[in-house]
Write a protein that binds this ligand. Structure first.
Ligand code: NI
Ligand code: MN
Length: 246
């Protein structure tokens, strides 16, 4: 009996200490998150990004590629990476049609408000306030964000978005372990609004994205860190190529 209890306790300890996710940054809004033994890649824009020139594109592996919207700074490497990795592309209906037309048949189309259970966990598509057209001018549908729920935890990937009141729904919905928020301003919300967003979603650990890639979205790192700190939040500004565990 004692032995069994001890074994149970040990198992709980090991389980508790292993609850974390590996996050790798490929620049701009492109991240690879490993959950439940699967690699999830978001918004692939690597080769056209001079700041990500040191990333070995050919070695990137993914099981799923999630696409928030059609803009080139989120889809430039989508078709080639889908081909290279044989990953399933998760995106809205319009982007699904666009990639299918380019010969990528492993797709799962979704739209805002819907969720689907994949082998790694649950993906729910949420509102993003932005625009969405594909690099060749094709209509890209509506932009979205993703809520991902896996055994290791939950996270929110906001995509390109303004601060909006629907983010409060996420705060009411479930506790996110961490969230990816755009902070570069000009095309999306900036740092000040992202701090408010982190309050709306009630999330204390934020990973910044969509900053520094282009001149209009260059930010002051120290100031950004301070603003989140003053709000009692932690902001991660990852280096391109860096992997962290959260
Ligand atoms: Ni965009
Ligand atoms: Mn963008």
């Amino acid at each position: 009996m004692l032995v069994t209890l001890e074994a149970c306790w040990l198992k709980t300890l090991i389980f508790a200490s292993s609850i974390s996710m590996l996050i790798t940054y490929y620049g701009h809004s492109c991240f690879l998150i490993e959950v439940n033994g699967k690699k999830l890649l978001f918004d692939p824009f690597i080769r056209p990004n001079p700041k990500a020139a040191h990333i070995d594109f050919a070695s990137i592996k993914a099981d799923y590629i999630l696409v928030s919207h059609g803009h080139e700074d989120h889809t430039a490497d989508l078709v080639d990476l889908a081909r290279q990795t044989n990953a399933m592309v998760i995106c809205n209906w319009e982007i699904h049609q666009w990639v299918q037309n380019k010969g990528i048949i492993k797709t799962h189309s979704m739209n805002i408000g819907g969720h689907w259970i994949f082998d790694f966990g649950k993906v729910k598509c949420v509102n993003a306030v932005h625009s969405s057209s594909l690099p060749d001018g094709t209509y890209g549908g509506n932009p979205m964000g993703f809520l991902v729920e896996a055994p290791e935890g939950k996270f929110y990937y906001a995509g390109d978005t303004a601060l909006h009141y629907d983010m409060k729904l996420i705060g009411d919905y479930k506790k996110m372990n961490f969230s990816f928020l755009p902070i570069g301003n000009n095309y999306t919300m900036g740092v000040d609004n992202a701090v408010i967003a982190s309050e709306f979603i009630r999330c204390d650990t934020i990973i910044g994205m969509h900053f520094d890639t282009f001149d209009p979205i260059k930010i002051d790192h120290k100031e950004a860190m301070q603003k989140f700190e003053q709000a009692g939040k932690e902001l991660h500004l990852m280096k391109i190529g860096e992997t962290i565990e959260l």
